[in-house]
Design a protein around this ligand. Structure first.
Ligand code: AMP
Ligand code: ZN
Length: 466
């Protein structure tokens, strides 16, 4: 079956095809750099990464824009409180975000664009909206008149027709109950940053940032627009209103939204003490690959309940995969090729692909991989896995890892050469044969502390770096 996604706009699963050739023009909302990204934010960005990687596996080329929101209400508040300029304040968190993204192996979009570098474009767009009669001014701020855009509400499937004309909202983040005409442009205020533009001094609202940057780089109609579920309203609804009012064309064809991450069944919050950044988890000794695995493992339209237990399970799951790969890399298997196992490998590949084609069902894709690992391991134990089955099995693992990207360890090893490791393993073998188990355990722990993992098998001791 074809690649298909759930489209929030139509509320249906739809086959996916780009507008032109095999290029996917995609915009996803990036971080607001007012603080470190939390693992909820990172879940959404991991979903985007899996989406990118699977589109590429399916032969598409990506033209993907992600913004960095480096001016908005929250940032201004925080920067002012810290006595810093906007850029002094946001540089720290922009850098931290890029580091976190790299640690989690999130691919860089083709264009990573900052709101503050597109202020004039935004002012121009607001000017055109005004010329078309979609705006009005009040106290130096400019508002979008939603009554003039009758389709307002089509993404969040809400009827806003009863809203009182002229009622306004100044904050960018508000809920459906507070739906009003929203600010495109905010009047300058004492102590706040502002820009001189064709529409006068001030600063943009959050929503216009994304409309303008998306269309600047990708054209008037995007193939995919994505973000976390909370952005559906008002942010994406407002993006549609602004963009479609400007162009008269559909703004995006497929709208993909990922569900939230919660922690131990509860909304994450600092006051509940269940709020984590990636850095918090790494400090507790968790590997970035385990965090990546966990964030990717739950299909994106389901809530992800993050628990320390599930993080440990992710670690165990990665271990299993790595041990299997080690076995494939180092095991010696009887000559020949088992047709049955070749067929089993093809079937694993097909199930893996069908799962991801099915609206990125990562849980099913992982299940396909683990069932294959289990069957191949049993075949190895029974002496039925033959040398000719190694390359197809490794190919399957490589395809798996081009999406999940968890096999390569990210911890640096601590400086033991291969021959030093092998000497220690030989010494440990001698100790074990002489029943000096205290010594053999000591060597195992010594190696483990240096990131070397031993596995005793019928064919002898195998080792690998963590
Ligand atoms: P922000 O930096 O607040 O603009 O958010 C960045 C992204 O994280 C947006 O796509 C949000 O929808 C998303 N997001 C915020 N909270 C969560 C959460 N608890 N779980 C998953 N995604 C979230
Ligand atoms: Zn956005």
């Amino acid at each position: 079956m074809a690649l298909r996604f759930y489209n929030t706009l139509t509320q249906r699963i739809e086959d996916f095809t780009p507008q032109q050739g095999n290029v996917v023009r995609m915009y996803t909302c990036g971080p607001t750099v007012w603080n470190y990204a939390h693992i909820g934010n990172l879940r959404t960005f991991t979903f985007v990464d899996i989406l990118r990687r699977w589109l590429r596996c399916r032969g598409y080329q990506l033209d993907h824009v992600m913004n960095i929101t480096d001016v908005d209400d929250r940032i201004i508040q925080q920067a002012m409180a810290a006595g810093k300029s906007l850029s002094e304040y946001t540089d720290v968190y922009t850098r931290a975000f890029l580091e976190d993204a790299e640690t989690l192996r999130l691919e860089r979009p083709e264009h990573l664009v900052k709101a503050t570098e597109h202020i004039q474009d935004m002012a121009e767009a607001i000017k055109r909206l005004s010329e078309k009669g979609y705006t009005y001014e009040s106290d130096g701020s400019i508002y979008f008149r939603i009554a003039n855009f009758p389709e307002y509400g089509k993404l969040s499937h809400t009827d806003f027709s009863g809203i009182r004309a002229g009622a306004r909202v100044d904050t960018d983040r508000y809920d459906k109950e507070n739906a009003r005409d929203f600010a495109l442009w905010k009047a300058p205020k004492e102590g706040e940053p502002s820009w001189q533009t064709v529409i006068g001094p001030g600063r943009p609202g959050w929503h216009i940032e994304c409309s303008v940057m998306a269309m600047k780089y990708l054209g008037e109609t995007l193939d995919i627009h994505g973000g976390g579920i909370d952005l559906t309203f008002p942010h994406h609804e407002n993006e549609i209103a602004q963009s479609e009012a400007l162009t008269g064309k559909p703004f995006a064809r497929y709208w993909l939204h990922s569900e939230h991450l919660i922690v131990e069944g509860q909304t994450m919050s600092k006051s509940l003490g269940n709020f984590f950044t990636l850095r918090d988890l790494l400090e507790r000794g968790h590997a970035p690959e385990a965090v990546r695995y966990l964030l990717a493992s739950v299909p994106y339209r389901k809530k992800l309940n993050f628990t320390m237990d599930s993080l440990r399970s992710a670690e165990t799951a990665i271990e299993r995969l790595r041990n299997f790969k080690l076995r494939l890399d180092t095991g010696s298997f009887p000559e020949g090729t088992s047709e049955a196992l070749l067929e089993r490998t093809r079937q694993a590949n097909a199930s893996f692909e069908e799962a991801l084609d099915d609206d990125l069902n990562t849980a099913e894709a992982l299940a396909a991989a683990f069932e294959f690992v289990r069957d191949a391991n049993s075949a190895m134990d029974a002496g039925q896995f033959l040398a000719g089955n190694t390359a197809p099995a490794l190919d399957f693992l490589a395809r798996f890892d081009s999406v999940f990207d968890v096999l390569r360890p990210s911890r640096k090893d601590t400086g033991l050469s291969d021959s030093e490791i092998e000497k220690l393993i030989a010494e440990r073998d001698r100790a074990r044969k002489a029943r000096q188990f205290a010594r053999s355990d000591e060597i195992r722990s010594y190696l483990l502390e240096r990131g070397v993992i031993l596995e005793d098998t019928k064919e002898g001791t195998r080792w690998r770096r963590k």
